[in-house]
Design a protein around this ligand. Sequence first.
Ligand code: COA
Length: 161
Amino acid sequence: MIELREITWENLWKIINLKPAESQKDHLPSNAVFMAMAYVNLKLQYPDACFAIYHGENAVGFTKILFIEKGEEQFNLSKDTYFIDAIMIDEKYQGRGYGTSALEQILSFIRKKPWGHSDSIRASCYDKNIVMGRLLEKAGFIRTDKLDRGKDGLRVYTIAL
Ligand SMILES: CC(C)(COP(=O)(O)OP(=O)(O)OC[C@H]1O[C@@H](n2cnc3c(N)ncnc32)[C@H](O)[C@@H]1OP(=O)(O)O)[C@@H](O)C(=O)NCCC(=O)NCCS
């Protein structure tokens, strides 16, 4: 069974050491970089949560979830939005359904609206990242014609909340 767990001093290095395949490394920053970004967001009091993805007692992946307020400069959104900033499963655990189950857990976390009201969830992934694009669409996300922060090929996906 897949579950999201807090990152603590007990598991921090395990999570930092989880890595995608070499060919996937340009799809997203490392887990350590995502945690550094979360540190900055939290200092600015932007809601941001990093979780370890566990299968039983085994750490298999990482995710980061944000709440972006309407008009926030970088994103310039017209409404408050939950954002799945990262989802990764370590190379050696991929292809076992863990990514699909982790996304279900992430959606159920967000559906509790922990940081306030919103009617949509956003995620983004590069057009060349076929596996992630399919994973999002299978969960009900719609592929839009928008690019995330104008980045080349970084496609925005949305789902109603
Ligand atoms: C995207 C990612 C999280 C998917 O995790 P996963 O645990 O392998 O996903 P699942 O096992 O649930 O598989 C999901 C689907 O992708 C398919 N799939 C998984 N790995 C695949 C591969 N290497 N090649 C082709 N298809 C693949 C599965 O067959 C499954 O398809 P199906 O639902 O039609 O049967 C994982 O590939 C990953 O961490 N990638 C690197 C990081 C990344 O790109 N993150 C997204 C950044 S936006």
